[in-house]
Design a protein around this ligand. Structure first.
Ligand code: G4P
Length: 180
């Protein structure tokens, strides 16, 4: 069974699709199935194996597990942008991101010690919705002078075709309507 088929089956078994919201907190972003995350991470990583990626970049919190799986497969480090700047981070890149899902604004911080001009970055996250997290990450990469190679997520809720994903919201909706 492919990664997409496995995820689809799991969403139908333990999750819920409620219009634009996909409930996955039994296996992806609250309780986490490490075997599933690694299957999804391997699948996304394989799509970028020909690129000279030096770092995976995600944002706290739910992107971290996938970032680790992708980074392990590509054998590069991963960095998670922090939502609070610790006092141990005196020099940093920062950008604001507004979450439409959560209806709040957050600032993402990345230390200048972990992201460098020569980095070739792959952005990874659990969901891609309105793209505000990616926009903030692009701003941070721009401040640093590094390069963004691509973006990979588990579920793409947008119509953007340049975002690699295991499933799109359209895939989920058509599976539901096909089974009715
Ligand atoms: P965007 O970055 O693409 O614009 O997306 P948006 O702000 O709308 O949503 C981002 C946050 O909402 C993410 O969490 C993401 O995990 C969560 N999210 C978006 N759509 C869904 C959904 O359909 N189901 C679930 N379960 N979560 C969704 P975050 O703000 O980064 O916080 P964290 O939970 O990772 O700490």
């Amino acid at each position: 069974m492919s990664a997409a088929e496995t995820l689809m089956e799991r969403i139908h078994k333990d999750g819920k699709i409620n219009g634009q919201i996909v409930k996955v907190d039994q296996f992806l972003n609250h309780m986490v199935d490490p075997v599933l995350i690694h299957l999804l991470g391997d699948d996304l990583a394989a799509r970028f194996s020909q690129y000279p990626i030096t770092k995976i970049l995600t944002a706290e919190t739910s992107g971290i597990m996938l970032a680790q799986a992708v980074a392990l497969k590509l054998q590069v480090p991963f960095v998670y942008a922090k939502k609070k700047r610790p006092i141990t981070m005196p020099e940093y890149f920062a950008a604001a991101s507004y979450s439409f899902t959560k209806q709040e604004s957050t600032t993402l911080y990345v230390s200048k010690e972990v992201l460098h001009r020569e980095d070739q970055v792959l952005f990874v996250d659990d969901f891609f919705a309105k793209g505000s997290t990616l926009k903030a990450i692009e701003e941070i990469i721009g401040q640093c002078g590094a390069s963004l190679v691509g973006a990979a997520v588990i579920i793409n809720k947008s119509q953007r075709t340049d975002i690699e994903s295991i499933l799109t919201l359209d895939d989920l909706h058509s599976a539901v309507s096909g089974s009715e």
